[in-house]
Design a protein. Structure first.
Ligand SMILES: Cc1ncc(COP(=O)(O)O)c(C=O)c1O
Ligand SMILES: Cc1ncc(COP(=O)(O)O)c(C=O)c1O
Lengths: 410, 131, 410, 131
């Protein structure tokens, strides 16, 4: 295996037993990390340790297990808060990015959005940062406007600058899950703030890969998913500025989010508990905290540099293939490790199937970004996406796999 | 080659040169469906003589499996009775394709054509009973 | 350890290593099962096996891992469906009971409820079956009415019979998490159906302990939580009758719940996917399916009988203690293994703390049922709740612990 | 007895015979708070002479820890300066209670009285600066 210079991949590979699996006779090359990442043993063991030794309901029970579970859960919240430079009470645990954004839709937008207000999106949003806004816009008579994407796959910032003034909400992804583009969300949020526009940043594809600092970005809300950053399914984060969380309506009604319940009404608990109704996913939160510890041990800057090296090599390697078209920025700068492409004459699903026969897992489809697919006039794309355990050799395997595709569909 | 089990020459041939591709001016029934995972799309138009299919054509876009499967099915269906279509099963389609080794999501591609043909036939049958 | 006659507790105890833990020098007696249950090794290993061998995003990826994950996830849905005698497409995976009920609130009640409609609840509902209805009632101008509870802790069925006719929704718990009462939800749903009233059954405290059959009950919706029945946190179920699910609005907007997304609108996927936006909790669903397998191996009827025996013994034992008041039915018949009580002169939290010093974990507080607390004019209660691994010896330990409480507060 | 570390005789004594329990007719400031977990409730009324607390009484209901802690604090606070209250810390309260071994949720019970007293003092201070 080629040595990469920023992460000792050989040294961490035994943390991910699944990566030694054989698929159709070949060692698995897992290049579907933008969909979900694999989980290191450390994370699995942290979750197991909770269930085997400390499992109880949090907040509600004063017995020893209950106290331990509460400390672990609130400790996980502190870990997440420090990871993105937020306050603990600004961290709401959710199921994932999708639920986080829907929470803002239900608890902020349903309350404050008014008829003819404009929600400004971008053409490179994931469905989970589009559909919630469509739903609330229809309900409240608000309008959607989209910032375009240029040929290179970059946001048309001049359109954002033009349209921000008349808007009420800016919903913008930090990194595109299709193009890999890193958007300057700091600049976008600063423009928004000057115009009194609420900002919702989708960090699903950034938090796992590059440093995310909510104070520096200056956003009102920011959402990401644990499962895309080494943690188990079912846990995610909504960061919200404290003052905004406080003025919001609650989301789900139920246990733990209330202070007192009477027959006809109830009063709400403090933030962030107001938004965490019912039994929380303590195991998931503990897993996410351990995943962050794993990321911090390697260093998020090292992860970023490592992935940039792999991405650069991938862009160079694939661009040698005739009839292969790469979408998005053609160099690794200002980009995360997501490389989408199409091969002339071969449908993405056929490409994915042939690669899978060779042990290579990529994603094919619309990547939950149909507006962007329509922008490029394709129904689907192939996508290879990297994480800290991928190597240059994985890219070579992808290259060889694509050559086999071309043998069939050439 | 390890992909040979799915992408047999015959499937690739039907993908590259789809038989019965195109639209008819006059037909008795038509149907259209898509596969949200792949974005595969198939539309079929059917002419009947009594309870028999006299002609069937399709248009569509998508992966080799879905397009070849739809095209092969149009050939098979010609001259068959409405009942034959109603009784078509997953296994029939897989046999038609030469029993490729398809996972559960790719099977949906293979079955899209059958789904559309059945819709066309059922809506034709429904229109007849109404008369 | 005393042998119980319906479950070989000694034989399964090694499946729950946490139960061998020492708490403050004593072997743990875990009597907080109505809050959350412990997890057997089988469940933990099934989840680990998924993450270590098959982890991928479901539905979206055609590579081998993606196919395996999808089969495991949809297999889990079938397991849950057969457990409660539903169809697979009637099972929506949620985070838990609270989210399930809020889903009905947002996706059904926000659409169909009208001004002056009546939502009929009971005085023994958990906050998660009260607060969502308060919130939607306020929004739509609807009204809440409560069916009372008699001295014995049973539902006043005559009130239900009287009030059902003018109602739009009946939200009723199958088993009370405070009193242990089992409500005749079959009869309640039959009355509701005759009057065209939508039924929402909270099965959080029944599905883990007694047979639940949605066809027999005849409800429109039924909700329960995995973590209360041996499964991990973060997974729960909403059963909905297929026709009703189909006519409902979607809940969260995002990936996987759509068929096609355009700039200004989207079309919805089939049920149940329409309600499962974003990346789902595959690990959790697999854990729940394995938990159901564990329950079925022992047999839900055996669990019910075993718990009834332990409960009967508990009721008899505690009723010997002077100054101890038991709430709810005084015999185990028509009751699940939840025993709430108060001790004269001792606040429940002090009771719980002293019991914890003796290794016994009970819950103290309002149990997310403040309306019921007000009904009994107490701020809080002590609660011991049993599951399949509890024994008569655990009840003896509780008895001895309460004697220590009385030494301090007697 | 293993519970002795928390339920010392002195705590039980203050629980059973709370000092300074009851309401005053005239006072300068008051505050009330509750603990959603336990349902503990404490209300305090305070009289000041200049910047000193001249009298403080409380009413409430709840667990032994919360009630004893509030009662002991009223005794301690009498005659103290407003600044003394503002500087009160978790450790001061635990020391007052004889350093019982309390988990994080029971600590909230112990601190409820302090929280309420601080609220009363701060709102008094706020009312003074407004003048
Ligand atoms: C009767 C009842 N309903 C609902 C709930 C809420 O379940 P969850 O917290 O898992 O959402 C509970 C348990 O907390 C319960 O006992
Ligand atoms: C950019 C982006 N936003 C949002 C999501 C949705 O995240 P989740 O499915 O975890 O809710 C994803 C991934 O699917 C994504 O890539």
């Amino acid at each position: 295996m080629l040595k990469s210079y920023f992460i000792d991949v050989k040294g961490i590979l035994h943390d991910f037993p699944i990566l030694s699996r054989k698929i159709n006779g070949h060692r698995l090359v897992y290049l579907d990390n933008a969909a979900t990442t694999q989980k290191p043993l450390q994370v699995i063991e942290a979750v197991n340790d909770f269930y085997l030794k400390h499992n109880a309901n949090v907040h509600r029970s004063v017995h020893t297990l209950g106290e331990e579970a509460t400390e672990l859960y609130e400790g996980a919240r502190e870990k997440v808060a420090s990871f993105i430079n937020a306050g603990s009470e600004e961290i709401v645990f959710t199921r994932g990015t999708t639920e986080s954004i829907n929470l803002v839709r239900f608890a902020w937008a349903e309350k404050y959005l008014e008829k003819d207000d404009v929600i400004l999106l971008t053409m490179m949003e994931h469905h989970s940062n589009i559909v919630p806004w469509q739903l609330v816009a229809r309900k409240k008579g608000a309008k959607l406007r989209y910032v375009g994407v240029d040929k290179e796959g970059r946001l048309k910032f001049d359109e954002l600058e033009r349209d921000i003034a008349g808007s009420r909400i800016l919903a913008i992804t930090h990194c595109s899950n299709v193009l890999g583009t890193v958007n300057d969300v700091k600049k976008a949020c600063s423009l928004a703030r000057k115009n009194g526009v609420l900002t919702v940043v989708d960090a699903a594809q950034s938090a796992p890969h590059i440093r995310v600092d909510v104070r520096e970005i200056g956003c009102d809300f920011l959402a990401f998913s644990g499962h895309k950053m080494l943690a188990p399914n079912g846990i995610g984060v909504l960061y919200g500025r404290k003052e905004i969380l406080q003025e919001m309506d609650p989301f789900h009604g139920g246990g733990d989010m209330i202070k007192e319940v009477f027959l006809d009404h109830a009063t709400w608990n403090d933030v962030p508990y107001k938004f965490e109704a019912g039994t929380v996913n303590t195991g998931g939160a503990i897993g996410l905290a351990e995943a962050i510890r794993y990321i911090e041990k390697i260093g998020i800057e090292n992860i970023e540099k490592h992935e940039r090296a792999v991405t650069q090599y991938c862009l160079e390697t694939l661009s040698k293939i005739e009839g292969l078209l790469i979408y998005g920025p053609q160099e690794a700068k200002g980009r995360v490790g997501v490389v989408s492409f199409n091969i002339k004459g071969a449908h993405p699903h056929d490409v994915a199937t042939i690669l899978d026969r060779n042990g290579i897992a990529i994603r094919s489809g619309h990547h939950c970004a149909q507006p962007l697919m329509n922008h490029y006039s394709v129904p689907a794309m192939c996508r290879a996406s990297f994480y800290l355990y991928n190597t240059l050799e994985d890219v070579d395997r992808l290259y060889q796999g694509i050559k086999k595709v071309k043998e069939v569909f050439g | 080659m390890s992909s040979a089990d799915i992408y047999k020459e015959i499937i690739l041939d039907y993908y590259r040169n789809p038989r019965n591709f195109g639209k008819m001016e006059k037909f008795d029934s038509s149907a259209r469906d898509s596969n949200p995972l792949c974005g595969d799309e198939i539309e079929m138009q059917v002419k009947f003589e009594g309870s028999k299919i006299s002609e069937v054509r399709f248009v569509g876009r998508g992966c080799a499996i879905s397009q070849a499967s739809a095209s092969m099915l149009t050939e098979l269906a010609k001259g068959k009775d409405v009942e034959w279509v109603k009784n078509l099963s997953k296994d029939d389609i897989l046999k038609m394709l030469g029993n490729p080794d398809l996972g559960p999501s790719r099977i949906k591609c293979a079955l899209l054509g059958m789904k559309v043909l059945k819709q066309a036939v059922y809506s034709y049958a429904a229109s007849k009973t109404e008369v």
